[in-house]
Ligand binder design. Structure first.
Ligand SMILES: Cc1cc2nc3c(=O)[nH]c(=O)nc-3n(C[C@H](O)[C@H](O)[C@H](O)COP(=O)(O)OP(=O)(O)OC[C@H]3O[C@@H](n4cnc5c(N)ncnc54)[C@H](O)[C@@H]3O)c2cc1C
Length: 455
């Protein structure tokens, strides 16, 4: 700190007003905005980027599963599932309707989500950054946004914080939690790489299957146009060890892994680093260091995996931050809730995603869960604020359960729940604790949200 500079009070124009204001048009926020508007509330969506989808599109997330649990129950439907089916119609998703796992082509997600938000009639502000919150006696009156148009105010009745970092809750003075940077799930940059020869990679994998860790090596195909199921494997090293349990790839060990969406124009190459995603110098360092690691990873693949020789980087995902601030809500979900399939009277969504742990030093661990558990509305309500909900990865939970709850499909589900809740609250006095939970749950069921899987 070099001291303080006192900025004289200024007056900013109120440029828009709505019943529900959603801040952050990422995975959870875009769904929250659609849900709020379809539930009858005039809705504004504010997003700092020039596209929607956040980590679902911007970081090149290719596997937004788990939409189904270990018993093959479909647990996440509603608007998030509608998005998956829209992508399938565009040949940009592969849906397995037995285990409800989905693979997506992230660039098409940007196109489809924008169409869905516009078609729903949401009033959209892209390239608009939330910079402050106007709060009086525990009630948020409006937000201050910064854009090329300058500083402006948007007022509303009920607010949804879908910024991933709980920016609204934090600026409103609600209690938040955050671990030290070396304990947070690490941050990644994914290179978008094209010109990898899938046939050669598969042939090499078959010849070296004792040196790689994978689920199943796909059959070679003559034609790789369109998208085929993702082929993901880990190149074993002395430090790689198996972690037991569940289906899919299980490893504890350093990268590199190969993530090949079988399409000559898309392979993901990741570099990761541990930082505090709420500190701008850390974010800057992460961009430099994780990009460097991703390029090093690619060099390694070019050297040892035939098919990668002519790989070309065609783009870089935005910095993928997995964990920062989480709200302290009226209820805090714990790892025991996940392991014991916890049930709550105020259930608004279900979750079953594996514990996906990205640890310090590019170590990756995955542990699969049995069954599913409830997400209570109280975990989406920050303490001390009357008219605010959160959706997505900044919900109220402990660090261990966050490894599961931040999964993209689960963020789609909490987005739907928060949007519909906000619309109901805004039809009343705006306060989220005053809504009738049964009315909300009935409305969510009408909107095809699954709230229990008992037969
Ligand atoms: C590299 C990476 C890979 C991943 N891969 C997978 C995967 O394969 N499968 C899986 O299930 N999960 C995956 N995840 C996790 C999952 O994608 C995310 O946890 C989830 O998408 C987060 O959703 P969200 O809505 O909370 O946040 P986001 O999707 O990040 O949305 C937050 C939005 O808020 C906007 N925003 C933030 N601050 C402001 C502000 N002040 N003003 C205005 N707008 C703001 C952002 O631009 C963004 O659009 C991955 C995560 C990362 C980082």
């Amino acid at each position: 700190m070099l001291g303080n500079y006192k900025i004289p009070a200024k007056t900013f124009p109120i440029v828009a007003e709505a019943e529900v204001i959603v801040i952050g048009g990422g995975t959870a926020g875009l769904i929250a905005a659609i849900a709020a508007k379809r539930s009858g509330a005039r809705t504004i969506l504010v997003e700092r980027e020039g596209f929607l989808g956040g980590a679902l599109t911007g970081t090149y997330c290719t596997q937004p599963g788990f939409f189904g649990d270990s018993d093959e129950n479909h647990i996440i439907k509603g608007i998030g599932w509608e998005l998956m089916e829209r992508l399938e119609q565009e040949n940009a998703a592969i849906i397995n309707r037995k285990n409800w796992k989905v693979q997506i082509f992230p660039e098409t997600v940007k196109k489809v989500t924008l169409e869905m938000v516009v078609d729903a009639g949401v009033d959209l502000y892209l390239h608009t950054y939330l910079s402050d919150v106007l709060i009086e006696n525990g009630l948020i009156k409006g937000i201050v946004v910064q854009s090329k148009s300058g500083r402006q105010v948007i007022t509303g009745k009920t607010f949804v914080d879908a910024t991933g970092d709980a920016d609204v809750a934090f600026l409103a003075g609600a209690p938040v939690e955050q671990l030290d940077s070396d304990k947070l799930w690490q941050t990644s940059v994914d290179l978008k790489v094209c010109n990898v020869d899938p046939a050669k990679v598969i042939e090499w994998a078959n010849e070296n299957d004792d040196e790689i860790l994978t689920d199943k090596i796909p059959e070679p195909k003559k034609d790789y146009s369109g998208i085929s199921p993702m082929f993901e494997f880990i190149i074993m090293s002395d430090e790689t060890e198996l972690v037991g349990g569940g289906l899919g790839i299980k490893h504890k060990g350093p990268m590199p892994t190969v993530k090949l969406l079988i399409h000559p124009s898309l392979s993901r190459v990741q570099g990761s680093v541990e930082i505090d995603g709420t500190k701008v110098k850390d974010l800057t360092h992460a961009k430099i260091e994780s990009r460097r690691r991703a390029y090093k990873h690619l060099e390694y693949l070019k050297e040892i995996v035939p098919g990668y020789e002519d790989a070309i980087v065609i783009g870089e995902a935005f910095l993928g931050v997995r964990e920062t601030r989480r709200i302290v809500g009226d209820y805090k979900i714990s790892i025991d809730d996940l392991l014991n399939n916890a049930r709550f009277n105020d259930v608004v969504a279900l979750n079953c995603r594996a514990l996906d742990r990205h640890l310090k030093g590019e170590i990756f661990e995955i542990k699969f869960l049995k069954g599913n558990h409830d997400i209570p509305l109280r975990a989406l309500i920050p303490q001390k604020i009357e008219n605010l909900l959160v959706a997505g990865r900044c919900l109220s939970c402990d660090h261990e359960s966050h490894a599961s709850l931040r999964g993209a499909a689960t963020c789609l589900a909490t987005g739907h729940a928060a949007g519909t809740t906000a619309a109901l609250a805004a039809k009343g006095n705006g306060k989220v604790r005053d809504i009738d939970i049964k009315t909300l749950q009935n409305l969510l069921k009408v909107q095809k949200v699954i709230l229990n899987t008992s037969k």
